[in-house]
Design a protein around this ligand. Structure first.
Ligand SMILES: [Zn+2]
Ligand SMILES: [Zn+2]
Length: 394
């Protein structure tokens, strides 16, 4: 599926046509190769080839006299466009539209896939993952040269012929983890664990750009009444809801939330709205402590200067019904703070964090330890929450 997305037979035909030759095709293993064509197989040497890889290989093998490009390409992917121009600089070029491509080739219309939309981006949020990716050394690995940005809102400016649930001009938010719908996990209703997942903004070009191409399957219409800077946070909200769906919080119960980043605060807001009586928010960073205190959603504990365990056990005697670790690294205090029979929900990815726990802590306390990953069919709920202002967001 990934290969198909990056380099498909239509593109081979386009390249062949643009090179004005009957004997050239750029091939990837498994592609049907027309007869009497010359093959430059760059996929084996370099992994899955990008468009620039293809162009570089063509340049190595052929003298390119001029080139034609689609103005939509310039609009949809500025970085790619600049890279292409760098590669071909000083050559005469001609800008045409995709419709004109259709005139050149019968199947060039497949360049814009029938189920895809082009969005003009309105707001993009910076996720902790983006920060980990750009850190030196990186704490999370993205595919090199990928445009980052996966929490965003945009407006549909172009749509494929099969897109029926969205119109040009609609404002949409996007689940950046496009799923295939047919693998084993998709058919178990776990598209967040899809075996062919396409993570936009990490392995495929994302939203820190003027335009972005998305699959309409994961694009959801959102009201224009939701401010764009709020709508851009739909993805983390959908992830928070997926985590909350792992438990069944009831009025009068209590909860600890470790980490006062956006998702931690969202969980606390939902917990408060569900009638949770005591909410404890644990944090170490002073500005987050001050900001969270200003929201009045629970007791904020500065764990560098206060003992969360003393405070929580003094209040509850037995620990809390729920602990949400939103840091990706606090399983030990989570198990410490949850009551016997309670539930620990673990969010976040921190591959460097490895903890040693005594298994008997879990068995003797009869604790449930639950993982939660991405958003699973929770975008519609997240959108409703924002449109109805079900939690305070401004
Ligand atoms: Zn994110
Ligand atoms: Zn799948």
């Amino acid at each position: 599926m990934k290969e198909d997305r990056l380099l498909n037979p239509d593109i081979c035909h386009v390249v062949a046509a643009l090179c004005h030759t009957q004997y050239l095709v750029i091939a990837d293993p498994g592609l049907p190769i027309p007869e009497n064509v010359r093959v430059i197989d760059i996929s084996i040497k370099k992994g899955i080839p990008s468009f620039i890889d293809v162009l570089t290989a063509v340049k190595e093998e052929f003298v390119i006299e001029s080139y034609i490009y689609a103005l939509e390409m310039e609009a949809a992917n500025r970085c790619l466009f600049d890279e292409m121009n760098d590669l071909l600089k000083e050559l005469p070029s001609k800008k045409i539209s995709h419709n004109d491509f259709k005139g050149l080739l019968p199947n060039a219309s497949a360049i814009i896939r029938t189920g895809e939309c082009i969005l003009c981006l309105l707001a993009v949020s910076i996720c902790g993952t983006d920060v980990h990716i750009t850190a030196v050394p990186p704490g999370y690995i993205a595919k090199p040269n990928t445009v980052l940005g996966h929490e965003f809102v945009g407006e549909v400016i172009k749509k494929g012929s099969a897109v029926s649930h969205l119109e040009i001009g609609d404002r949409v938010v996007v689940n950046p983890n496009d799923y295939c719908g047919v693998c084993v996990y998709c058919r178990k209703n776990m598209p967040n664990e899809c075996q062919n997942i396409i993570p936009l903004g990490i392995e495929y070009d994302g939203a820190f750009a003027k335009y972005c191409m998305v699959s309409s399957k994961v694009a959801y219409k959102i009201s224009k009444d939701v401010p764009i800077e709020i709508a851009a946070c739909t993805e983390p909200l959908a992830c928070a809801i997926n985590g909350l769906n792992k438990v069944n919080m009831k009025p009068g119960e209590n909860a600890v939330i470790i980490g006062c980043g956006p998702i931690g605060i969202m969980i606390a807001m939902f917990a408060k709205a569900s009638g949770i009586s005591n909410i404890y928010l644990l944090e170490t960073i002073p500005y987050r402590i001050d900001f969270t205190r200003s929201l009045d959603i629970g007791r904020v504990i500065d764990v560098k200067n206060e003992s969360a365990k003393d405070i929580i056990y003094a209040d509850t005697e037995i620990g809390t019904d729920y602990v949400f670790d939103v840091t990706g690294s606090q399983i030990i205090p989570s198990i410490d703070l949850v009551r016997k029979g309670g539930k620990v929900v673990l969010f976040g990815v921190n591959k460097k964090s490895v903890s040693q726990i005594a298994q008997c802590e879990v068995t003797t306390k009869e604790i449930s330890v639950l993982g939660t990953w991405l958003a699973n069919a929770t975008f519609p709920e997240a959108i409703k929450v924002l449109e109805k202002k079900a939690i305070l967001y401004k």
